[in-house]
Design a protein around this ligand. Sequence first.
Ligand code: WQD
Length: 325
Amino acid sequence: MTTLVTGGAGYIGAHTVRELRARGREVVVLDTLERGNEESVVDAKLIVGDIVDERLVTKICNKYEITEVVHFAAYKAVGESMTHPMMYWRNNVAGTISLLNTLIGQGVLRFVFSSSAAVYGTPKTSPVTESEPLAPESVYAETKLAVEKILASLSTNGMRSVSLRYFNAAGASSDNRIGEDWLTSENLVPRVMRALLDKSFQLEVFGNDYPTPDGSCIRDYIHVEDLALAHVKALEYLERGGETFVCNVGTGLGTSVFQMLDIATQVAQCSVPHTIGARRDGDPVSVYADPTLVRSVLDWKATHDLRSIVESAWNWHRTHPNGYR
Ligand code: WQD
């Protein structure tokens, strides 16, 4: 039994590969390295290639006796998806269709998909349950919802899948071996770390006039290792014969931007240099998960608290100011 991890040289993919290997599973990684880092693939076979290469995927399935797939390979920058939509439709949707077609042809019928809470757009309420109306507000989010719908239709082909709707992944591996590259991320936590460590970088808080206790937006930050574990739990669920389903993966805790800055200040023992700017278009006021379904069906819950997330990020960025370069 071997698990194929597409996009396994990416941030969440690499952490999931390590979790799978730590549990003794055989893993093969397929990644173009267009945005991934070869150095982040630890203790697993890396094949550099594209999910659309049907001959290559077929060869991998046969040579390594692939029995299941965890699919991360996709572009994930919300802003870029709006300026380069066709890139996103081609890579995230057409590429996945090609991958699924090949897998079905090879009889590989267990599939875990990296989806996103972005499919909800601006939720009407938080905590967000899976029955929240689906209202994607970016091409990136549309591509994630499109793949979820494709997967929901494939039970006739025998394909069973779990789509995991991530909330805000953050942090780095507890052993500080792998982490995020702040040059390729627009997200809050890597930017907070950069503001602390790179004096040339200026962190802008996108608005402090929201209807929240401290005026800044609220999100559900989940440790990347907790997120990696959710993928293992999803594979185990499918191995037990579980049917196709979709669930949120979050802690259930809402944290504001200013609360995040406060924790980072405590961890780094240095205040986070920042300015207050205008609201960012498309930012929902408050988005955090209701994790009831993932807890009950996958028997998963987050174990890392916010301080653990920030400490792991601080350790990583402090010791790897240039990421993997
Ligand atoms: C978090 C909060 C910002 C940067 C995005 C995607 C989502 C998922 C996770 C892929 C917000 C504030 C941020 C900065 C700031 N990606 N912020 N200054 O927007 O919640 O989610 O990443 O699946 O699909 O939408 O994450 O980290 O960008 O922002 O004030 O320089 O931090 O306004 O309130 P977001 P984020």
